[in-house]
Structures are given as structure tokens and as C-alpha cells.
Design a binder for this molecule. Structure first.
Ligand SMILES: NC(=O)c1ccc[n+]([C@@H]2O[C@H](COP(=O)([O-])OP(=O)(O)OC[C@H]3O[C@@H](n4cnc5c(N)ncnc54)[C@H](OP(=O)(O)O)[C@@H]3O)[C@@H](O)[C@H]2O)c1
Length: 330
């Protein structure tokens, strides 16, 4: 089979690989579409913890079950499924186990013609979604769901700030927050991306490259309850200019700066919560898909490539011009 292989020397290629074999509790999936995340770029640069190469990349995918292991009911054959994109969350909804890991390094990923995985990782693909749309959901959708609902406690009329709206998680968060009836504000380096966010239901946005963006946001929004944040500022005190008392900053990435500083007294006197999050549990994934199906939400897709164009697709992601997900049709 063909698959996107990251070799030990960090080079990427579409390689000819053996078709995976399945264990008794696993199924073989013919992958119909996969999608990219910033994670593939961190891994390619060797910046991800626990690097083990070579490996087939990719965490997002959807496809058809074509073979069942001896312990799996034959009812799964021919089922159209979306893949829960990780292993070993465990039983605790508060946090995963230490063994928790995302597909696509060290375990084989979804950017391949076939993938073997436990049947417990599969969820039926909602029929209103195309293969590309289904594949675009897992990592970004699940991360945004847990951040906004489980950690953020988002409800109708919550005032939500989504930073770096061009990103995949940010776009997923925008559609979930708008469907929930929240008032959404965004930041971006691009006027066009802010305009596009407004056309999708955001109230407005500011450019995070402007020094006084915190003040502009306060002026625009009147105050923010929840921040869905991929890029906390190097100085988090700036957030206190627009955060409402009791607000929650939920952080899932460190695109802008790997470190931040905070004025502790402002932090506690305002009852602010600063919460870290990564991906989500299998039950949150099911809740996400139920919510999306109920509201008929479709992920924003920036561009569709073929599997053979996977290396080009990753180069496109690394340029950062996209709004939404980059998808591969297999
Ligand atoms: N914790 C998790 O489970 C999880 C899951 C997925 C992703 N992530 C992490 O989250 C981050 C975003 O990933 P992604 O795949 O959603 O998006 P992405 O496609 O990597 O896009 C990142 C966006 O970040 C914005 N950005 C860049 N520099 C910024 C800065 N200095 N300040 C504010 N925003 C900035 C840009 O927005 P504009 O173009 O609008 O300017 C860009 O479109 C990455 O660091 C990724 O590793 C974490």
C-alpha cells in the first residue's frame, strides 16, 4: 500500500509499504480521506516528545471497514467510520493516562491506503458528511469541543475569544461556539480571515500583531468569558484588559510563544482560570459528533489534495495561509 512515511532522517515521502495485519480485536480500514494538523509539522521538525521514526504520519481519518479480527463482530464489515484519533485515554474524564498518544507517531497514522486499529476507536460516520468533511473533524473538532464545553463551560451568550482564527482547531471552535449561540470574537494576522470569521457568525475581530489589540478587543466585546487559545501572549497580563472576572483561558497550543508570564495578584483577584487541554476522551468525541450532527455542522475545508500529493499538502500547511483544514482524498 501507499503511505506518507517520515523516515529516520526526517525526510518525507509517499512510500510503498506492507499492508497492515490485524490483531483479534482490530479491524482493517480502507482509508477514504485523511486530514493534516500542525502536529505533522512539529513531528517532521523533530519537535514532538517521544520521537520514534520511521512512521506513517496522520491522526485524522475516515474510511470503510474491510476486514475484522477474530474477536470483532462481522457486523462491522462495510461500515463507514470516523477514527477516534488516539489511544489509551483511560477511564478518567478529567485527564488521560500517561500512555495517551495520538495516532501517527509512534503508532502508524492515517495518511495511508489502509490502517489497522481496535474496533473501540471507531464511530459511525454521520451520513450528512462527505469523506473529506468526516476526515477533517477528529483532532481539531475534539480539541475545540473539550476546550470550549468541558473546560470552558460554554453556554448560549457566553462571550468567547478564539485566537489565531486561521487554525484548524480555531475554525472548529468557531462553528461549535456559533451553533451554541455564544458571542464569538476572533484574533488573526489577516483582515480577510477576520472577515471570513464574521461571515461564519463571529461578532468581530482584531489583529494580534497590533500592540494594543487587547484594548481594541475590550472596546469591541465589552469583556470576554472564555478564551480558546492556541497562542498565549508572552505576557498574559494583557489578557486582564479584556477578561471578565471569573473568566477561563483554555490553552491548547503554543504557536506564538513557548513561555508566558503572569501577574499573580491580578490573576487571583479576578478569579481567572488558566486551563491546559489536549485532545479529548472517546466519550467527548461521541458528544462532539452528536452535537455536529444535530446542528448539521460541516468543517471548513481549505484545500483537497490527493494522497500522492501529501508532501505538497504538508508544505502548504506550513506556509500558514489556510483558513480551515487541508484534506487528502485517498
Ligand atoms: N492540544 C491539542 O490537542 C492540540 C490539537 C491540535 C493542535 N494543537 C496545537 O495548536 C496550534 C494550532 O494548530 P492548528 O492545527 O489548529 O492550526 P494551524 O493550522 O497550525 O494554524 C495556526 C494559526 O495560529 C495563528 N498564529 C500564528 N502565530 C500567532 C501568534 N503569534 N499569535 C496568535 N496566533 C498566531 C495563525 O492564525 P492567523 O492565520 O489567523 O493569523 C495560524 O493560522 C499548534 O501549535 C498545534 O500544535 C494542539
Amino acid at each position: 500500500m501507499k503511505g506518507l512515511l517520515l523516515r529516520a532522517d526526517q525526510s518525507l515521502e509517499i512510500a510503498k509499504l506492507p499492508q497492515p495485519t490485524i490483531k483479534p480485536k482490530e479491524v482493517l480500514i480502507e482509508v477514504k480521506a485523511s486530514a493534516l494538523n500542525h502536529r505533522e509539522i512539529w513531528i517532521q521538525k523533530g519537535l514532538y516528545p517521544g520521537m520514534k521514526l520511521p512512521c506513517i504520519l496522520g491522526a485524522d481519518g475516515a474510511g470503510i471497514v474491510i476486514k475484522c479480527g477474530s474477536d470483532v463482530s462481522a457486523d462491522w464489515l462495510d461500515k463507514e467510520v470516523i477514527v477516534y484519533p488516539a489511544y489509551d485515554w483511560g477511564d478518567n474524564e478529567q485527564a488521560p493516562t500517561r500512555q495517551f498518544r495520538v495516532l501517527g507517531m509512534p503508532d502508524p497514522g492515517t495518511i495511508a491506503e489502509y490502517i489497522a486499529m481496535p474496533v473501540s476507536n471507531l464511530i459511525a460516520k454521520p451520513t450528512y458528511l462527505s469523506w473529506s468533511e468526516a476526515a477533517a473533524i477528529p483532532v481539531a473538532g475534539l480539541t475545540a469541543w473539550r476546550a470550549l464545553f468541558s473546560h470552558g463551560g460554554m453556554h448560549k451568550r457566553s462571550k468567547v475569544l478564539i485566537t489565531g482564527i486561521g487554525g484548524g482547531v480555531a475554525q472548529a471552535g468557531l462553528s461549535l461556539a456559533v451553533a451554541q449561540g455564544a458571542d464569538v470574537y476572533v484574533t488573526s494576522s489577516s483582515k480577510d480571515k477576520i472577515r471570513q470569521a464574521i461571515s461564519l457568525g463571529a461578532q468581530g475581530g482584531v489583529n494580534y500583531r497590533e500592540d494594543n489589540w487587547h484594548l481594541q478587543l475590550k472596546e469591541l466585546s465589552g469583556g470576554i468569558d472564555i478564551v480558546l487559545d492556541s497562542s498565549p501572549s508572552p505576557i498574559l497580563d494583557n489578557y486582564f484588559k479584556f477578561m471578565n472576572y471569573g473568566g477561563r483561558i483554555v490553552t491548547y497550543g503554543s504557536t506564538g510563544s513557548p513561555k508566558t508570564s503572569i501577574s499573580i495578584s491580578k490573576f487571583f483577584l479576578r478569579h481567572i482560570q488558566f486551563i491546559g487541554t489536549a485532545m479529548g476522551s472517546p466519550s467527548e468525541f461521541q458528544e462532539l459528533l452528536n452535537f455536529m450532527e444535530h446542528h448539521k455542522i460541516k468543517p471548513t475545508i481549505y484545500k483537497n489534495f490527493s494522497l500522492d500529493q501529501a508532501v505538497e499538502a504538508i508544505e502548504t500547511l506550513s506556509k500558514g495561509h489556510q483558513i480551515g483544514k487541508i484534506v487528502l482524498s485517498h
